[in-house]
Design a protein around this ligand. Structure first.
Ligand code: COA
Length: 438
């Protein structure tokens, strides 16, 4: 079949869905927007269709409209506002995973009937770039009975190993929506302090992975005068593009993919997507490779920077849930933090503000709580274990936990907690037997 014969409408794609189907879509910007905007229209004839997403950037009626819960259930590897809402309604469930194993483990459990995701336009050789994500998409496409791609002139054609040949796609939907962009939120004062504490650890020639959130962004802005930085990251961000454009990133000291910025997905501004289009400096490689700790560790001087929600006094990091309520996902936090520590001279930083303003369920008022705690909230998922934690950073300093004993950790972590919580934390550490009175 040639290109023209493969063209269908989003409605025709929806007409192919059967009750009981398992439908997988791409991560973030690679979610199939036209297909999911139409899917609920088939709700009357469908039952028990399962949709699998990862960090969807929009909500759709088939995700979270209560009218369609008999027709569609949804599972997700990484929650976003849309999936948090759907979770509250009982129409979605979280799939625990480390990103480099996400596709492999899910496939061991269930094979997709349909893969549907966003992609760039086919080139003159019939190659279709999966554009903004290669996290698990190629694995799912290889396993799916039916492959439907939403091809879009606004999506960057990226290099790497995420090319689907025209004959591997069963159907194509021509669309022209914009690539969903992340708002460019300027770093706040705390972000700047935390970025300033980490910046001296980063030397010319280091290789960076920066996670999601304001703190990694603030740090990137402080590295603009560095030389020969490398990028081997899960998510390619707007600030990594700015580092490249400022001449701080060359990739020339990297052991792997020398001279290339390597990622498994791209998420940021419109300018970032334009920068990535037809740009051989960027390689979008499979998540099973990019995020494999053994691969990450092969680049020397690997610096991994991620964020967390809560850290206990032994160093356990709860980065994806608030108590038992799922907030986001492990994503690549464990992969990148452990991978960086396998690297020669590598370091992993986990950052957090010392406090959060949270609603007191009794009074309804917002109150300040410590994010460094004696014990994690009941049910909290530990994204990075205390065995794997390395540096923890708040606006009060850097706690270097590698190789330390629990007594040392308690003191180091209390030392970077907000001063008003320090006495209480020490008291709790004693009462809980985390440390004992000498
Ligand atoms: N207790 C209760 N609530 C807390 C809290 C705590 N200890 N810490 C934060 N919160 C609340 C905040 O107040 C905020 O609530 P609001 O939205 O009502 O203001 C919310 O949780 C989010 O916190 P915030 O610090 O703004 O999160 P963020 O958007 O900067 O994201 C992570 C931080 C940790 C959730 C995010 O980095 C993540 O998901 N990490 C895990 C995955 C990962 O690191 N991947 C790495 C490779 S990309």
């Amino acid at each position: 079949m040639n290109y023209k014969d493969k063209l269908i409408t989003a409605q025709q794609a929806v007409d192919m869905v059967k009750s009981g189907d398992y439908i997988v879509t791409g991560l973030g910007c690679s979610t199939a927007d036209a297909f999911f905007s139409h899917l609920h229209l088939a709700a009357d004839r469908l039952k028990d269709v399962v949709i699998s997403t990862c960090l969807p950037m929009k909500d759709y009626p088939c995700f979270s409209d209560p009218a369609y819960t008999d027709s569609f259930f949804h599972d997700s590897w990484f929650y976003s506002p849309a999936t948090r809402k759907a979770h509250k309604m009982g129409s979605t469930s979280f799939v625990p995973n480390c990103l480099h194993f996400a596709g492999t483990k899910r496939l061991a459990h269930r094979q997709p009937n349909i893969y549907v995701g966003a992609a760039a336009m086919p080139d003159e050789h019939g190659n279709i770039s999966l554009s903004c994500s290669n996290t698990y998409e190629m694995q799912m496409i290889a396993a799916a009975d039916l492959v439907i791609l939403e091809i879009n002139p606004n999506y960057p054609r990226t290099f790497g190993d995420a090319f689907v040949r025209l004959d591997e796609a069963d159907h194509l939907i021509e669309v022209d929506y914009e690539v969903p962009a992340l708002p460019d939120v300027p770093p706040n004062e705390k972000d700047k302090v935390i970025g300033g504490l980490i910046a001296p650890y980063i030397k010319d020639g280091d290789c960076l992975q920066l996670g999601i959130g304001g703190m990694p962004n603030a740090l990137a802005e402080m590295l603009m005068d560095k030389k020969d930085l490398g990028i081997h990251t899960e998510m390619l961000t707007t600030n990594m593009m700015k580092l490249f454009q400022a001449g701080a990133v060359s990739g020339r000291k990297k052991q792997l993919q020398n001279g290339k910025m390597v990622c498994t997905f791209i998420m940021g501004s419109k300018e970032l997507y334009e920068f990535c289009h037809d740009n051989p400096s960027v390689e979008v490689l499979a998540g099973s490779y990019t995020n494999d700790p053994y691969v990450i560790g092969q680049n020397d001087n690997m610096i991994s920077i991620n964020a967390t929600l809560e850290v206990d006094l032994t160093g356990q990091c709860a980065s994806e849930s608030i108590g038992s309520t799922q907030f986001s996902g492990t994503g690549g936090q464990t992969d990148t933090a452990t991978g960086a520590q396998k690297s020669k001279n590598g370091k992993s930083f986990i950052c957090l503000y010392s406090t959060a303003m949270v609603k007191n369920p009794q009074t309804g008022e917002r109150e300040e709580i410590s994010k460094i705690v004696a014990q994690l909230k009941p049910g909290a998922a530990v994204s990075l274990s205390r065995n794997d934690v390395d540096y923890v950073v708040t606006e009060y300093g850097v706690a270097a936990l590698r190789g330390t004993n629990i007594r040392e950790r308690v003191e180091l972590l209390i030392g970077i907690a907000h001063p008003k919580f320090r006495d209480q934390l020490r008291q709790q550490a004693l009462e809980l037997g985390i440390i004992s009175q000498r």
